[in-house]
Design a protein around this ligand. Sequence first.
Ligand code: C2E
Ligand code: MG
Ligand code: MG
Length: 685
Amino acid sequence: MKSSRTNSSKEKSYEKLRKKRIWPSIVIFAGGLLWCPCLFMLFVQLFATYIAGMKIEQIYDDVLYSSQLLDNIMEKGCTVQQAVEELEPYITQGRDIYVVDKEENPIVKTGTSTPDFRVTYDISLNEDIKVIADSEENFIQEKGLHSMSAILVEAARETFEKDDMAAYDSTWFYSSILDQKIWLQMPSKNSEYLFYRKYSLQILRMDILYVCTFGVFTAILTFVPLLLMFINTIRVIFTQRKMMKFLYQDIVTGGCNWLYFRNYSERILTQHRNRKKTYAICSLHLEQYHNYCSCYGTKAGEELLEVMNGFLNARTNRHEIFARYEGADFGLLINCQGMNEQEHYNDCQKRLRSLLAELTGLNTEQKLHFQAGIYIIHPISADNGRYYKVRKSIDINQIYNYASIARREAKLHEETRISFFNQHMLENQLWNQKVERDMEAALREEEFEVYLQPKYSPSDKKMVGAEALVRWNSRTEGFIPPNRFIPIFEENGFITQLDDYMVSKVAKLLSEWTIQGKKTVPISVNISRAHFAQEGLAEHICQLVDAYGPSHELIELEVTESAFLDDKKVLIETVKQLKAYGFRVSMDDFGSGYSSLNSLMDIPFDVLKLDTEFFRGDDSSRGETIVCEIIRLAKKLGMHVVAEGVESKEHVDFLTELGCDMIQGYYFAKPMPVSEFEEKVEKDA
Ligand code: C2E
Ligand code: MG
Ligand code: MG
């Protein structure tokens, strides 16, 4: 529970990181891109205005000063002509003066040109002083310039275009590049006449140099941050990309990781254009990967996974994807071709078969074995298949789990090693989980009960033994037969605890019967193969039995034939030790496996229990021949023979004839509770 919570929070933070867009950096950069040139233009404009302003201010000072002089002279009672003449010695530049009366008739004109009253400039700093164009020179008007800074910039442009740099000397910087004549109206108190003075507005190369130098500095100050912003944006983009790659990379294979698989598969499956397509999520498992790593080393194991990754990469098409899930398990999303469900299944099976076949030969040193489980994702059709709905939400992890459940059953399909998921598998899985959840409490609360099935001697029909068989009397599920939980316990190892429980219970029963003076028969207890593989089992069983104190000869231990596939040495040792302690040991289900005869040779069993299958099936004559020979063989080896699963009189007669020592089967009695058995043993033994 805790780990699932941390997983989901981890996934959330991954998701956040993934969604962390680079657009804020891009927006900031784009803003800078717009803002910085504007800032640059503004600063240059301001500086140009400042320079120009300084120039025109000198002219204003002069015109104000001369106006005051003129007013003083006029107050003395001079005529306009005399006043102009008297003013002339005081003025340094702009000696041309032009005077008009109220009707705009020229009264005095000292120079050659006059103000061109039709054109006034918007470059005045003082509203009382009008700036008027000159009738002869009109650079400003020709160029259509209206502000001082514009005049300055235009002058600079002309300088760069036309200036003869070759003519450079020490005075070059101080020489004027624009000498524009302008007329300024003098702000005189005299209301009879209007006075105008002509000035020359000079722009020097020096001014342009100032503006340019300032421009370069401003450019550096504004464009350097812009450049830094640009570098930062690029860096953010690259970091984001790298991080995403890192986030989605599997450390072992170097390919995509599970997070990427999940996200990308989800995207593929929920896309509108893929709604009609059938997909399959496959769980691919390399068997015995741990053994491979033990033999060749972890590094070689990881290299193998890397090779597998490369192989799968070459075998998956566009819009298909795969990734390592964990260990040597890979998840694949493949597109199934075909017109109907059957064709989709066939296509998927065909692809997986060839994939597994190729993967098997991937490593030249050792043949690899794979299994695959498949979960088919069909399109969601509506309106009788007339249109298909978009898959809304897909839980990839859950689907992969289903494929893994199917994969666990792939070993049953020996030829293909491929299994398709069905609902039944899910029920099994749920059942397994339930059993695993409840088993410990069930053992604590003694929900496991001992049932006893009698064994009879065919010659005199007397009860000569019994087998203890477990039954789970669950509070929630009722009576559960062993085949529904024993295989699960064998898988998860809980069987050893159950076997101990059964041995103890049987020992207790036998000791109680002996103490009570009741009739007793030897009882056999099943010991699982997982238990038999443990060292020191004989001592352990001895301790369990001795805790209640019955005679060891009354207890027989049954080992299924499949146990011989494990460590034979330990098995032989355990059987010998058990015998040394006085227990009888029997080989259960003889004939159901492959190693029977070998085992008979190596392991000194006391009893041989024939598998129930010999008494099933149509062709009974073949079974009978085999049974006949096995009994003969067992006799020669000095073993007792028990026939299990005998249901009919014919079989009983047949076995009696062959000299079979004991018969256990429904013909005589079914497994029964202890109380019932106690009554039966009194009658039949
Ligand atoms: P097994 O040890 O071979 O037990 C014989 C099985 O055959 C029993 O099934 C028994 O009820 C059944 N059987 C006996 N006679 C007949 C017959 O005439 N007809 C038919 N159809 N069946 C008959 P059960 O009790 O369901 O047990 C199944 C298997 O579960 C056992 O096979 C044994 O391998 C395992 N098992 C049962 N109890 C235990 C236990 O306490 N520990 C361990 N490790 N395994 C146990
Ligand atoms: Mg048995
Ligand atoms: Mg058996």
